[in-house]
Design a protein around this ligand. Structure first.
Ligand code: SF4
Length: 499
């Protein structure tokens, strides 16, 4: 084998060598030794970069928060994208505190990749460097051929709707007019659904050598999950199944009791959907009380997160941007000034919390400078601006969503279309499971109009690979939109002729 690897570590300022280790791509899962934790440190941060000789910038960067006792990680091979050489580092029991910061294509013909692991602690940094190569062309070709022969794409994102109840009536959300029954998912059904999703993800990893860095499952399609009377039990079932549950909440129920529930439930991610910036916007959501109280609830939640030292719980504080988009609602973000007012407000708050509860790792976040010039500039169809506030806390300015033209602003009407393609590839990658166990390929299908089947009675593979689902995909690949849901979503709004 002509691949080679060298590992070089520096801990506490003392340099020393540890034995060579070769990493050969061509297996689905590789074990990788982590650099030793710097001495006298608690939880530390692991940053992994993937690069190649002769290219100064890494192709990809990951970031994880890890415990001092952790000595090994798993490397997953994901040959579908990025020149068939794309790798993911998965670190079990360690939820990444950062997202992929940077990702680019290794140039064609790149023969070897360089994986460098940095482990940051309070007393210094240690590192490990690996050279990665395919075992040989035949092995690589066999893998790529197996990957290419898949006829059913893997599900990337799962949504599981814990309830259809909601305590708000936001003007930009169709939830208030929902025709489906208002109900809560039973514990028994939650257990069945989470275990089926988990079994699918484990099998998929083993079969295809593919994994997300987190096995994320969102706990909503519609509804406010914190209304579920057995919220903690449901989330615990998801965690026990090996999933990383993510809560999206409107923050009105962030009481002391519910904040305690969130931490008891061991969630991987929380998005606090504030959405509006002022009192009139807050009232227009159907919310009671003052927006200041809403902000105090979020502050209390963040403070409790710091007090408990749960920095691996990632938090997004989310607003909706309506600038230039067809979405109606008071108090949505419309100007650059409003973006920076929000940023200043939450940055000051998170800094004051960090001052009180000093954090063991460097809390200085990096702001994407290229986005500073015009924070409302959009890229792609679902752009959002993400500004780091502290370790594991981001401010998110999300592009306004009308649930696929479900909510039409006054004075406009919808022209549907039978031509087009989903801008998010949802029929290729997203499974939405409703409160009764029925399934759609899109989380914008708020009324469950698609009805692919029931995950209570069928498996993920059965539903996802069904002839109907394959027909929807192949039609869309040819530019034909067969489902009414998508015909509406891909349509466009024009001024209404009637007054
Ligand atoms: S409704 Fe259809 S086109 Fe719109 S996001 Fe969902 S899958 Fe894509």
């Amino acid at each position: 084998m002509n691949a080679y690897s060298s590992i070089y570590t520096r801990a506490g300022g003392v340099d020393f060598d540890i034995p060579f280790k070769v990493l050969t791509i061509g297996q689905e899962t590789l074990s990788v030794d982590l650099p030793p934790a710097p001495v006298n440190t608690g939880t530390s941060r692991l940053v992994a970069t993937l690069s190649s000789a002769g290219f100064p910038q890494p192709f990809a960067v990951w970031e994880f928060e890890i415990s001092p006792s952790r000595t090994a990680g798993r490397l997953m091979v994901f040959p579908k994208h990025y020149g068939q050489r794309f790798l993911l580092l998965d670190h079990w029991n360690s939820v990444p505190v950062g997202h992929v910061h940077q990702m680019a294509l290794p140039p064609a013909g790149t023969r070897a990749l360089n994986l460098t692991l940095y482990r940051y602690g309070t007393t210094g940094v240690s590192s490990a460097r690996y050279w990665l190569q395919w075992a040989g062309d035949s092995e690589r070709n066999r893998r790529l051929s197996a990957w290419g022969s898949q006829t059913v794409p893997p599900v990337d994102w799962f949504y599981v709707e814990l309830t259809t109840h909601c305590n708000l009536a936001c003007p930009f959300c169709p939830s208030k007019d929902l025709k489906r029954p208002r109900e809560f998912m039973s514990i028994e059904n939650a257990e069945t659904l989470f275990s089926k999703i988990s079994a699918y993800l484990r099998l998929r990893d083993a079969t295809w050598g593919y994994t997300e860095t987190r096995r994320m499952v969102f706990l909503h399609v519609m509804g406010e999950p914190l209304l579920h009377p057995k919220f903690v039990e449901c989330v615990t079932l998801a965690v026990k199944s090996g999933l990383a549950p993510a809560l999206f909440t409107n923050a009105t129920l962030l009481t002391e009791e519910n904040i305690a529930k969130i931490f008891a439930a061991d969630l991987a991610h929380v998005t606090v959907s504030l959405n509006v910036v002022d009192q009139s916007g807050f009232s227009s959501l159907g919310a009671k009380g003052h927006i200041d109280a809403q902000h105090r609830r979020v502050a209390q939640f963040l403070s409790e997160r710091a007090r408990r030292g749960v920095h691996r719980l990632h938090v997004d504080i989310q607003y909706i941007v309506s600038d230039g988009r067809s979405i109606s609602g008071n108090g949505l973000v419309r100007s650059r000034q409003q973006v920076w007012d929000c940023y200043r407000k939450w940055m000051l708050l998170t800094q004051s919390i960090d001052d009180e509860k000093s954090h063991p790792v460097d809390p200085q976040p990096v702001i994407p400078l290229e986005r500073l010039a015009n924070p409302l500039a959009t890229e792609g169809s679902d752009s959002s601006l993400r500004l780091p506030l502290a370790v594991g806390i981001d401010l998110v300015m999300k592009s306004g969503c009308s649930f696929g033209n479900a909510v039409i602003p006054p004075g406009m009407r919808l022209v549907t279309t039978r031509r087009g393609k989903c801008p998010f590839d949802n029929p290729q990658r997203q499974m939405a499971v409703f409160v009764d166990g029925s399934v759609s390929f899109c989380n914008l299908d708020y009324e469950n109009s698609v009805k692919l089947g029931s995950l209570l009675d069928q498996s993920v593979e059965e539903i996802w690979g069904s002839p109907r689902m394959q027909k929807i995909r192949s039609a869309m690949a040819a530019g034909h939109v067969t489902e009414r849901l998508c015909q509406r979503c891909l349509g466009h709004l024009v001024p209404s002729l009637t007054p």
